[in-house]
Design a binder for this molecule. Structure first.
Ligand SMILES: [Zn+2]
Length: 467
């Protein structure tokens, strides 16, 4: 079977076939670095990571680009609202450049904690102003741009495929739009490519351009940077589903009119939201949870990665601490099984057929639009299968982990430091067990549990785990 991916363009699962042999060019919209990234956004980056790991696992040669937006993104994805970077700078009384650096570092730390691999290329928007100006010039030369009120606009009415990706109904959109009309725009869905007339007097980031000193619209950076590193046409573009109707629609319009090639990108993949209560998580509502918020509550960051794997990336995932606890239990269960398997050195042969069956099922799962719940089910099936030796079980799990990224090979015993009180109780319990006084031993175990520790009797002796 071949890799099948759900393409937003066709609203269907399609067999994945790169433009060039086994070489894959992939672009992911990265973070806007004006604030910490919330766990809802981090889910999208876990999804990107699973996709990139899957492609490599299946033998594709990958070049993955993820941008850092440090200019131009307004609080609305369309051209309305405040400048996000300026908003961060005002809030924290720092320069926009300091804000960008601080939150880029924070983001990179988060993705590292989630065991997300670093994309091959991570370009910053502010380092690519020249490329943005060049592509705007092409769009203008080809007749799809106009200047009004000092800004350069994209004329969406001239690009007939404008509605394709998001299946837009432009008349309906205009009717229901609540934002005040920009008088310079010829059509409701036109958007800014270059601003020279800033609404923000204290705009710090400005560059010279053929249209005057100013700064780029948000969407142009992705068209400019993706094509700089991946060519005028490439294989995969990813992002959160909220980017479909404006940002990605505008990216396609810009790139196809600049380069005259269609489709600009062959496969568009979008990750669903994390739902908190009834709403999607967003920064603007001030209800956002960071990865650090979970760490502060005692969760290992990798537990959040495991939680993300429990649902397909195209399904909404409901976040609650109960659900996160369930993920933690499952993850810790897996961890202790892997640690146990490592200790076993008994020689036993595996049933080759059984082993191959699990391998095939895992590959089928990842090839089925990177279906992680199915892939995890294979992991548990392997652990349960008596026809496979412990050594081979480990081998399979380590291999599967190239996609899952849960760090099976790096699992270590947690060093548990217990208080003197707990130590004394453990010794007391051991004495009771030697005397076969099971009632007392159980009572002491409950006491230890109340103090926050689980006691397990293993062949190697008593094991203490923090609850
Ligand atoms: Zn983008």
């Amino acid at each position: 079977m071949a890799l099948r991916l759900y393409n937003t363009l066709s609203r269907k699962k399609e067999i994945f076939k790169p433009l060039k042999d086994k070489k894959v060019g992939m672009y992911s919209c990265g973070p806007t670095v004006y604030h910490y990234t919330h766990i809802g956004n981090l889910r999208t980056f876990v999804f990107n990571d699973i996709l990139r790991r899957t492609l490599k696992y299946l033998g594709f040669e990958l070049k993955h680009v993820m941008n850092i937006t440090d200019v131009g993104h307004l609080t609305s994805d369309a051209d309305e609202g405040e400048d996000k970077m300026l908003l961060g700078a005002k809030r924290e009384k720092k320069t926009v450049w300091d804000i960008a650096k601080y939150y880029t570092d924070a983001f990179m730390k988060d993705i590292e904690l989630l065991n997300i691999e670093t994309p091959e290329i991570i370009p910053k928007a502010t380092d690519h102003i020249k490329e943005m100006i060049d592509i705007i010039k092409l769009i203008e030369k080809n007749g799809y741009a106009y200047v009004a009120g000092g800004n350069v606009y994209f004329d969406s009415s001239k690009f007939k495929s404008y509605i394709d990706l998001a299946k837009l109904n432009l008349e309906e959109l205009e009717k229901h739009s609540r934002v005040e009309k920009d008088k310079n725009k010829k059509n409701h869905s036109d958007f800014v490519l270059w601003f020279t007339k800033s609404k923000f007097e204290d705009q710090e980031m400005k560059w010279d351009s053929p249209w005057g000193t100013g700064y780029p619209g948000w969407h142009i950076e992705c068209s400019a940077m993706s094509s700089k590193y991946l060519g005028e046409q490439f294989d995969i573009h990813t992002g959160g589903i909220d980017l479909i109707p404006v940002h990605h629609t505008n990216e396609i319009a810009q790139s196809e009119t600049a380069y005259g090639k269609s489709p600009w990108v062959k496969y568009w993949l979008h990750g669903e939201f994390i739902i908190l209560g009834k709403d999607k998580m967003s920064k603007s509502k001030g209800d956002f949870l960071r990865l650090q918020s979970l760490i502060d509550k005692g969760y290992k960051p990798i537990v959040y990665r495991y939680f993300c794997l429990t649902a397909n990336y195209r399904q909404q995932l409901h976040f609650s601490y109960e659900a996160l606890d369930a993920a933690r239990n499952a993850y810790e269960g897996l961890r202790s099984r892997v640690l146990e398997l490592r200790k076993d050195d008994k020689k036993k042969d595996s049933d080759v057929e059984a082993k191959t069956k699990h391998e095939t099922e895992f590959i089928d799962a990842v090839q089925d639009d990177i279906n992680m719940p199915r892939a995890l089910a294979v992991v548990f099936a392997v652990l349960k299968d008596d026809a496979i030796s412990n050594k081979d079980k480990l081998g399979l799990l380590y291999d599967f982990d190239k996609v899952l990224g849960l760090g099976f090979e790096d699992f270590k015993e947690d060093k548990v430091v217990v208080s003197k009180e707990v130590k004394v109780l453990i010794e007391k319990r051991e004495k009771a067990r030697k005397l076969k006084d099971w009632a007392s031993a159980d009572k002491i175990r409950d006491e230890i549990k109340k103090l926050g520790y689980n006691i397990k009797d293993t062949q190697q002796g008593v094991k203490v785990e923090k609850i």
